[in-house]
Design a protein around this ligand. Structure first.
Ligand SMILES: N[C@@H](CCC(=O)N[C@@H](CS)C(=O)NCC(=O)O)C(=O)O
Length: 292
């Protein structure tokens, strides 16, 4: 009887917490100075600046396009119920790809960024961000930006992290509370089941991810960045995803694939990190700890 009471009370508490987490989807647009881009994302990750590939993607894009932004770290979801999201002059934009599209249209980038190519002090300066639209919209780029990388590969990450639970120590390092782990695991199980990957065994997911990463690795080949000599916005999406496998997924095949099986992916991650995240360690929980 006593056990029954304890279990009932515990279930009630868990239920309330789960409901609170689920309902916490309405965003609050704050009062910020005009033209301030406010990036809403979850707090920093242990070995990469976020445990969310989409947060790393969007923040890398902001850095790539030299836009000034302000952080808000919270679990406050966008109106679409996801992170990251941005707000600008009271307007909320959800979904990393829509944020990028919105900011591109606003053309808030410094003027040097708007030119595709310019001669600065006698040196030919390639515009790193504005690759021609026809290239960005080519079939491969399209699939990388909208389909394969954002809607397919991340489910393997979700499964390893939350369903197969390949690295419990990492969850500690990411400072994820036990109750929250339990909630996310249940949620991830449901989500991955609906999406489809969650119906596969771990060995099958391993196989899927290996083929996915092989495709990216072959597309990258010996190029420094996905579209050639200079990075473009496609790199943000791919880097966001790979950053998790390389730095935030120790102890599972996803990490071995990036660091050993496809070394060009690992070198690519290092190049992106070096170029856009010279302050990487300041933005990771473990990096900050080492500094102390
Ligand atoms: N398509 C979205 C995906 C964002 C996304 O899936 N974010 C995850 C965190 S990595 C999330 O907020 N999940 C909460 C949920 O699915 O309810 C984007 O590009 O921003």
């Amino acid at each position: 009887m006593e056990l029954f009471a304890v279990v009932s009370v515990a279930s009630l508490i868990l239920g309330i917490v789960a409901m609170w987490l689920t309902c916490k989807k309405r965003s609050v647009v704050g009062n910020y100075p005009k033209d301030t881009i406010v990036l809403h994302q979850i707090r920093r990750g242990p070995y990469a600046p976020s445990i969310s590939p989409f947060c790393v993607k969007l923040e890398t894009y902001l850095r790539m396009s030299k836009l000034k932004y302000q952080h808000v770290y919270s679990t406050q979801m966008s109106l679409k119920g996801k992170v990251p999201w941005i707000e600008l002059n009271g307007q909320e934009i959800a979904d990393s790809e829509f944020c990028i599209e919105f900011l591109n249209k606003k053309q808030l980038h410094p003027s040097t960024m708007v030119r595709r190519c310019a001669v600065v002090s006698g040196v030919l300066h390639y515009e790193v961000y504005f690759v021609p639209d026809d290239v960005l919209w080519s079939a491969v780029c399209y699939v990388m930006r909208f389909n394969f990388v954002p809607d397919y590969v991340p489910w393997c990450l979700v499964l390893y992290r939350w369903v197969f639970r390949v690295n419990e120590a990492w969850l500690e390092e990411a400072r994820i509370p036990v109750l929250f782990r339990w909630y996310v695991s249940r949620f991830a199980r449901r989500q991955t089941w609906s999406q489809g990957h969650g119906r596969h065994s771990q060995a099958e997911v391993d196989r899927i991810l290996q083929s996915d990463l092989q495709a990216i690795s072959e597309f990258l080949g010996t190029k420094p960045f996905l579209l050639g000599r200079e990075p473009s916005q496609v790199d943000c999406a791919v880097f966001g995803q790979l950053s998790q496998f390389k730095w935030n997924m120790h102890g599972c095949l996803a990490n071995t694939l990036v660091t050993e099986t496809f070394p060009n992916l690992s070198a690519y991650c290092e190049r992106m990190k070096e170029r856009y995240w010279p302050d990487w360690d300041e933005h990771t929980l473990m990096g900050r700890k080492q500094d102390k």
